[in-house]
Design a protein around this ligand. Structure first.
Ligand code: SAH
Length: 262
């Protein structure tokens, strides 16, 4: 996958992509990141990227010309075999569709993405209207720029690319991959400060472990994010488990991580 990022602050991307899984993905050429300073696409002496908003109001707005020109320059470098029609041009904005694991999965299918990071008060509306194909928000809060949101999106997408994580199957089990949260994970030692790893995980009985994990997925989602359960297809047995747990007066005592409350 090739990812082009338009930003006023290319240096902000140096650290996040220089470590661990992400660095390995770059070294193995599973992904390439191309940074473009929006300022490089200006033509005036002062390299002006922003201007006052028409109609007044606080802050500065990013001008359309350098952003259009940067995207056009990236597109003009695309090899003919790449399907330009399928090239998402994504603006990071708190007004976009809410980013989720499903969006990450969707974006991971493309071979090329362009991400545009806004700053200050945002971006001239004509960028939204006539240039971008998608607008993404990472949550209902406002940040100073699109660089952290772009990093979040890229990280979530890249770890889904084949070969990026050690085990091909691991992203499938994770929280949100199938609409639910992941089961609790333990590693050695088996007893730490008197707190034991659940017996079943040490049993070596794979069927029992799988059953326990599925129950924990439901239990945990019920405890932390009951809204997710409503949107997920559960089998009859699982639905019955949810009903049993929600009708149990001692529901909190079923939770693994919390001490029973008196
Ligand atoms: N005035 C704008 C907010 C501008 S924030 C408004 O009210 O909608 C400045 C820039 O930060 C935005 O252009 C966007 O690129 C980025 N940004 C801020 N919060 C974001 C979020 N939650 N998701 C994605 N991008 C965000």
């Amino acid at each position: 996958m090739r990812i082009d990022i338009l930003t006023l602050f290319p240096q902000m991307f140096q650290v996040p992509f220089s470590f661990g899984i992400f660095k390995r993905a770059i070294d193995r050429k599973l992904v390439s990141i191309h940074l473009h300073n929006i300022r490089d696409y200006t033509h005036d002496k002062h390299h002006t990227v922003d201007d006052y908003p028409y109609g007044g109001g606080p802050g500065m707005v990013l001008k359309p010309e350098p952003i259009f020109e940067a995207v056009e320059s990236i597109k003009s470098d695309i090899r003919p075999e790449e399907d330009v029609g399928a090239l998402p041009i994504i603006l990071l904005t708190p007004q976009g569709r809410l980013f989720s694991q499903q969006t990450a999965q969707e974006l991971s299918k493309y071979s090329h993405l362009i991400l545009i990071c806004g700053h200050y008060e945002g971006v001239d509306e004509r960028v939204q209207e006539h240039l971008v194909t998608d607008e993404i928000s990472i949550g209902d809060y406002v940040l100073t720029g699109g660089e952290l949101p772009a990093t979040v999106v890229i990280d979530a997408v890249v770890r889904l690319l084949p070969g990026v994580l050690g085990s091909e199957t691991s992203p499938l089990d994770e929280s949100h991959a199938n609409g639910l949260l992941e089961y609790p994970q333990y590693t050695r030692p088996p007893v730490y400060r008197g707190w034991s790893v659940p017996e079943v995980l040490l049993s070596g009985n794979h069927a029992q472990i799988a059953k326990w994990r599925r129950e924990q997925v439901i239990l945990r989602t019920l405890e932390h994010r009951p809204d997710l359960l409503d949107k997920t297809n559960l089998c009859l047995e699982e639905r019955q488990l949810v009903e049993r747990l929600t009708s149990s007066p001692k529901r909190s005592q079923l939770s693994l991580n919390k001490e029973p409350t008196e």
